[in-house]
Design a protein around this ligand. Structure first.
Ligand SMILES: NC(=O)c1ccc[n+]([C@@H]2O[C@H](COP(=O)([O-])OP(=O)(O)OC[C@H]3O[C@@H](n4cnc5c(N)ncnc54)[C@H](OP(=O)(O)O)[C@@H]3O)[C@@H](O)[C@H]2O)c1
Length: 262
């Protein structure tokens, strides 16, 4: 089978590459020989990753300090990317917020929608057109098993991830005829900074970022969506088949297990 670089082209853009799953995507795609554009707010981390990856893999890395919730993020990012042909787009940056809807900071909730939904939408619209002109490309969306049902104490996050799942699965059909493979990945709880940022507790049996990335890269080009991990696959299966009321109650109990306030 052809390599990712041969299938899609030489450059990958990874959002949220300064930590967790995004950093792991960057490391794996560097191993595959792709040149990288790495976007996040913490430029010190991106610069350290650039030094590491350029030295160990002989690739080119462009670090971009950018807040993807800013109104003008797209023109700024597009101008920095210039004419580098982005063959792989990983829409990874995102965060959740654990807690009662009425107690959560409304600005953080709104930023979650901008980061988890609007940024991937705008990036995909821009880069998919360029991929379509070249007749090849790949786009990966990071959704979540939270996308499969509404989740009390996690309502906005689950809604944003349902948006990503629908956007990604719909586009996988629409863009296939343009030569673009679209994959939506649904991780379950995974050990990253996500828990600290969103006020969740880390539970036992969590997956590692490299599990999620391995699942994603194995499925790219073969499926429209994939759930990472056997236990998470079981929950996805259950959530899609049981009566909605039961599933929401089960989700409330499940989320409570990851709550600092239980
Ligand atoms: N970990 C889990 O349990 C889990 C489960 C299901 C789905 N997911 C999804 O997986 C994706 C990656 O999450 P993760 O677990 O790797 O979380 P993480 O370790 O907290 O990493 C999040 C990344 O997003 C970036 N980011 C946050 N706000 C940003 C902003 N305004 N502009 C630009 N970049 C921003 C962060 O970089 P800066 O702070 O430097 O900007 C960081 O690189 C997310 O979409 C998440 O919803 C995670």
């Amino acid at each position: 089978m052809k390599s990712i670089r041969e299938r899609y082209g030489g450059w990958a853009l990874v959002t949220g590459a300064s930590a967790g799953i995004g950093e792991t995507f960057a490391r794996r795609l560097a191993e595959e020989g792709l040149d990288l554009i790495l976007a996040a707010r913490r430029i010190d981390r991106l610069l350290a990753l650039q030094t590491d990856l350029e030295k160990s893999h002989g690739i080119n890395v462009l670090p971009l300090e950018i807040d993807l919730t800013a109104d003008d993020f797209l023109p700024r990012l597009v101008s920095a990317v210039g004419d580098r042909p982005v063959g792989v787009l990983v829409n990874n940056a995102g965060f959740g917020l654990n807690g009662d809807f009425l107690d959560n900071d409304p600005d953080r909730e709104a930023d979650m929608v901008l980061l988890n939904c609007l940024a991937p939408l705008k990036l995909t619209r821009h880069f998919a057109r360029l991929m379509a002109d070249r007749g090849k490309g790949a786009i990966i969306f990071l959704s979540s098993i939270g996308a499969n049902q509404p989740a009390p104490q996690n309502v906005t996050y689950a809604a944003t991830k349902a948006f990503d799942l629908f956007l990604g699965e719909g586009l996988s059909y629409e863009l296939k005829r343009k030569g673009i493979d679209v994959l939506t990945v649904m991780p379950g709880p995974t050990r990253t900074e996500f828990q600290e940022v969103g006020n969740y507790t880390a539970g036992s049996g969590m997956r590692a970022p490299h599990d999620v990335v391995r699942t994603a890269l194995r499925s790219l080009g073969k499926r429209m969506s994939v759930t990472d991990g056997f236990g998470n696959k079981f929950m996805t299966f259950f959530a899609r088949r049981m009566p909605r009321k039961w599933v929401i109650a089960a989700a409330a109990a499940y989320i409570k297990g990851f709550s600092n306030d239980k």
